[in-house]
Every structure is written in structure tokens, then in C-alpha cells.
Ligand binder design. Structure first.
Ligand code: AMP
Length: 210
């Protein structure tokens, strides 16, 4: 089965992908992560990806679809997709080309909480631990709680202009995907404002009942 996490940027799908993947011992793929790595390659393709992502736009589906197919064929025993499908074109591509059941979780969250989650987000440059200056600060305000590094980074696309654009694109492109899966009866709504552990628990309970 393919497990799909859909939700606006900042809704916590990335965090849950990692946690559920560990608990169920299945792989997960974040298209955003794959694209961020490609964007850092220094090639012309990388530079144009970087520009598109920085401004909050979606990357053309044809640059992602084949890669996803290859990944799903390699991991046919089951996996989690975080960030794909992002529009109806991708959802229909998946349905046409992959003959596996899908279970879709929609991370539901208000606009106000999202903006704080995204604008407050930063991570440790050394170990990648994610923090938020509104919700989960450093314990001693200086060093990473995990590795004690004092260097931190923010994502290029976590700026106010890009966030507004990403949220608008999400409404226009991705909300129809939520409705598409709702109509197929494969959608579960998750209250994404709950504590991280609580959400993981709920996801696991729903998945185990299938
Ligand atoms: P994310 O890490 O999921 O928030 O994705 C970051 C950025 O990567 C998005 O704003 C898009 O520019 C790009 N991206 C990620 N997944 C997709 C996708 N399935 N289709 C198109 N663009 C994507």
C-alpha cells in the first residue's frame, strides 16, 4: 500500500513521515527533500529548480513523475509519500501508472498556526534537528539540544512572500487532490494541531486497522 500525506506547508507531514516510517519500518520519500538536494547540485537544472522553489512555485510534474514511478516500483512492498501528488495531474498519473492501494491522510490545520510554524522554523546545520522560535525553542537559547552545535539554518523558501505564495498554490492546486481522494473513500482527516506523538499514534492506529 502507498501511504500519502497531504497538507499545506508547515502542517507536520515531514515530521510524521519520518516517525511513521521508523515505527512501521517502511521507507518514505519527500519530493521537497529530493528537489532541494537537486537544487544544490550547481548545475543549470539545479539553479533553475532553486529559483522556482525559492519563489514558492511548483516544479513541473514531468520533472518528478518518472522519478516517483521508479521509486514506487522499487518499493512496491509499501512506502510513504510526503509532498506527492501535489496537483490533480500528479494524482491521476499515479492512479494510471501504479496498481497499488492508496491510503491518504490529510493534515488539517488553520492558516494562523501555519504561518507561525513556517516563519518560526529553523534547523541545526549539523544534525538537522528542527526547531521553532514560537513553539519549540532551544533549551538554552544558544546550542542545539541534540549535538550542541551553535550553527542554524532556515529554508530558502521559508520567507513571508514565498509562504503566502505557497499557501495560495496549495489552495489552488492541492486542495482539489484532497477532494479527489475524499470522493474515492480513501481519505482520513488528521487534526494537525495536536501534539506530534498524539498524531503519530492516531496514524498508526488507522493504518493498523487496514
Ligand atoms: P515541501 O518540502 O514539500 O514543502 O516542498 C518544497 C517545494 O518543492 C515546493 O514548494 C515545490 O516547489 C517543490 N515540490 C515538492 N514536491 C513537489 C511536487 N510533487 N510537485 C511539484 N513541486 C514540488
Amino acid at each position: 500500500m502507498i501511504i500519502i500525506f497531504i497538507g499545506p506547508p508547515g502542517s507536520g507531514k515531514g515530521t510524521q513521515s519520518l516517525l511513521v516510517s521508523k515505527k512501521l519500518d517502511i521507507p518514505f520519500l519527500s519530493t521537497g527533500e529530493v528537489l532541494r538536494l537537486k537544487a544544490e547540485s550547481g548545475t543549470d537544472e539545479g539553479n533553475s529548480l532553486k529559483e522556482m522553489m525559492k519563489s514558492g512555485q511548483l516544479i513541473p510534474s514531468e520533472l518528478i513523475n518518472d522519478f516517483i514511478l521508479e521509486y514506487l516500483n522499487k518499493n512496491s512492498a509499501g512506502c510513504i509519500l510526503d509532498g506527492y501528488p501535489r496537483n490533480l495531474e500528479q494524482a491521476k498519473f499515479l492512479r494510471k501508472n501504479i496498481n497499488q492501494d492508496v491510503k491518504v491522510f490529510y493534515f488539517d490545520i488553520s492558516h494562523e498556526v501555519l504561518v507561525k510554524r513556517i516563519t518560526g522554523r529553523f534547523s541545526c546545520k549539523n544534525c538537522g534537528k528542527i526547531y521553532n522560535r514560537f513553539f519549540s525553542r532551544l533549551k538554552n537559547d544558544v546550542e542545539c539540544d541534540v549535538c550542541q552545535s551553535t550553527e542554524f539554518v532556515t529554508r530558502d523558501d521559508d520567507n513571508e512572500t514565498s509562504i503566502t505564495k505557497r499557501l495560495n498554490i496549495y489552495k489552488r492546486e492541492t486542495v482539489p487532490v484532497v477532494d479527489y481522494y475524499r470522493r474515492q473513500g480513501v481519505l482520513t482527516v488528521v487534526d494537525a494541531t495536536k501534539f506530534v506523538d498524539r498524531i503519530t499514534e492516531e496514524l498508526l492506529v488507522t493504518l493498523k486497522s487496514h
